[in-house]
Design a binder for this molecule. Sequence first.
Ligand SMILES: [Mg+2]
Length: 377
Amino acid sequence: MHVEAVELRVIALPMVAPFVAAHGTVSSRTAVLVRILGNNNEGWGECAALPEPTYSEEFVDGAYLALQELLVPRLLAANGTVAASDLGALLADVIGHPMAKASMELALLDAQGRQSETSLAHMFAPHPTGPAAIVPAGIAIGLLATPEDLATEVSTRVTEGYGRIKIKIAPGRDSEFVRAARDAVGVHIELSVDANGAYTLDDAKTLAELDDFDLAYIEQPLAADDLLNHAELARRISTRICLDESLTSATVTREALDMGACSVVCVKAPRYGSWIEAASVLDHCAGIGIDAWVGGMLDCGIGRAANIALAAHPGASLTGDIAATGRFFTEDVCAPFELSGPSGCGTITVPTGPGLGVSIDAAALSKLTLRSAIMRR
Ligand SMILES: [Mg+2]
């Protein structure tokens, strides 16, 4: 694409309820959107950074500034046609900011898909296997006040159609809560927990108590930079360890698997800084028989569409954080993704249109926009 202009926006999505995890509470979901224009075409990206730097270093206002001052100018200064696969080299001198970089790459991928009339799902999982037409729906449930509240919540979600339930845990809010959730959903629902790095190796005994609940995995029990202790923890508990925050690149992911720090992989393209790299991680996991799934970041419809497309990759062997829009938001910038199918077996349809396969609702976008800027070549 010959990039002529880039529009940046901060939007605010009205949330159904605040989302609480060990890393903090999100009660107002602001997000940065990127729109790249050129060749009578456009492409949209969403930056996954949360309003505050609680999941990782990036946050909405910081990402906006990095895009405006550092990243977009490098794209606009590039000569000739820029493909999504060129972006890594163009931005290589700026260290970090993976979520901001991934949002630009997504916009370029969307534009390329629109141009070639290819869906993102097909771009991520090309021939011969191709992407799935539907993906199973999974939900992440934040920290709730009591085990009883959690039991009610998980039962409701299974009835809605979710067949995979992931619950957030934190020290002092673990075994009792997980027991309540398992008792509520029964043995056939895939149940997992996410600690967002809230424990240390000294908590190994507490974490071993979770072995009783037939969990699919425990996600990110220890700090993001604590790979060796994750490998040690894996020797002390029988529940499989999945890493999320730790896996900052395809290289780190391979190393974590090689050293036994995890045996399940959460793939988040924004964390890798690249959707193309995320798809390559799914290729790698499929090639060596490692379970992997696609994680989410309280995404609006743009990021959600991209995650659903990535989750259609055959390497995504476990159900991801693929929830209906209405789980989190009362309004969005495109038509909501809905759940279909019976209790415990719900699915979400993978968009088949060119690029992201979603249409931006101009009126909703305008209503939800807090600020915007357009930058031209
Ligand atoms: Mg996580």
